[in-house]
Design a protein around this ligand. Structure first.
Ligand SMILES: NC(=O)c1ccc[n+]([C@@H]2O[C@H](COP(=O)([O-])OP(=O)(O)OC[C@H]3O[C@@H](n4cnc5c(N)ncnc54)[C@H](OP(=O)(O)O)[C@@H]3O)[C@@H](O)[C@H]2O)c1
Length: 247
């Protein structure tokens, strides 16, 4: 069991990219890291790296598109703790950037399964453990692409990246964040984009073939900000590393 003083966090898609970097940074704070990974061996490799650096890490096999996998993840986490302080719904799928005229419902469905239904599946399943924490926090990893304010601004490069699945999935995730925040005020639900919206920057990861101009450390600054909120911190906000951004 984790002791009362040690903060615990579950990070979905923690085996690489921003999820891994968030795990590394929170591990440095002495937190217990439940490192979600849909592929066990990739997850174990990532966990081993963090453990070698001194972090306390439990690898949790977790495919956010599977009810069975999520239920098994709850059972595993329960073997180590009776509460979860922080959940970071980070796992995400970019889709195939199919132009709107060619986009099918199947294409949208596969992206929504990860980016929309995934965070709902995981959040819902972990609510009892979150409810047992003194100051539970849920961080939804969204995107500037999910912001109507960003997409309606023609000077934003994403506004001319024509696709339907990814941007609309993150817009749905934003609304889900707001609705959870309103209904469950004892848990902080906040959304984050890893970029700098004002400077048209995003973080270099596999998802964008490392074309981002921010490091993963910079990209995870707002993850850390929301994960470490005090009890009197905000709920229902959307931020990047520079501050609040438009929905
Ligand atoms: N990079 C940016 O600047 C940027 C900007 C806006 C939003 N985001 C968001 O940030 C989050 C992390 O992305 P990233 O940039 O770090 O990309 P990444 O390096 O490609 O990481 C994506 C992670 O999600 C995992 N994943 C995908 N489908 C999953 C599933 N069904 N179940 C569990 N895990 C799954 C991947 O696992 P596998 O290794 O098994 O594929 C991987 O660990 C995503 O939600 C993304 O939309 C990133």
């Amino acid at each position: 069991m984790t002791n009362k003083e040690q903060t615990s966090v579950l990070i979905t898609g923690g085996n690489k990219g921003l999820g891994f970097e968030a795990a590394r940074r929170l591990g440095e704070l002495g937190w217990t890291i439940f490192l979600g990974s849909r592929d066990e061996s990739r997850g174990q490799d990532a966990a081993d790296k963090l453990i070698a650096g001194g972090a306390k890490v439990v690898m949790v096999p977790l495919d956010v598109t599977s009810d069975e996998s999520v239920a098994a993840a709850v059972q595993l986490v329960r073997q180590h703790t009776d509460r979860l302080d922080v959940l970071i719904n980070n796992a995400g799928a970019p889709g195939n950037f199919v132009p709107p005229a060619d986009a099918t419902a199947d294409e949208l469905h596969s992206v929504y399964d990860t980016n929309v239904y995934g965070p709902v599946r995981v959040t819902q399943a972990f609510l009892p453990l979150l409810n047992a924490a003194d100051n539970p926090r849920v961080v939804m990893v969204s995107s500037g692409g999910g912001s109507f304010a960003v997409m309606a601004d023609p000077t934003q490069p994403v506004a001319s990246m024509h696709e339907l699945a990814y941007s609309s999935s993150k817009a749905a995730l934003n609304m889900i964040t707001v609705r959870y925040a309103q209904a469950l005020p004892h848990i902080k639900f906040n959304a984050v984009t890893p970029g700098e919206v004002a400077n048209r920057k995003f973080a270099a990861t596999d998802m964008n073939r490392h074309t981002g101009r921010l490091t993963v450390t910079e990209g995870t600054d707002p993850f850390l900000e929301l994960a470490t909120l005090d009890a009197d911190g905000p709920t229902g906000i959307f931020i990047d590393r520079l501050g609040p951004i438009g929905w």
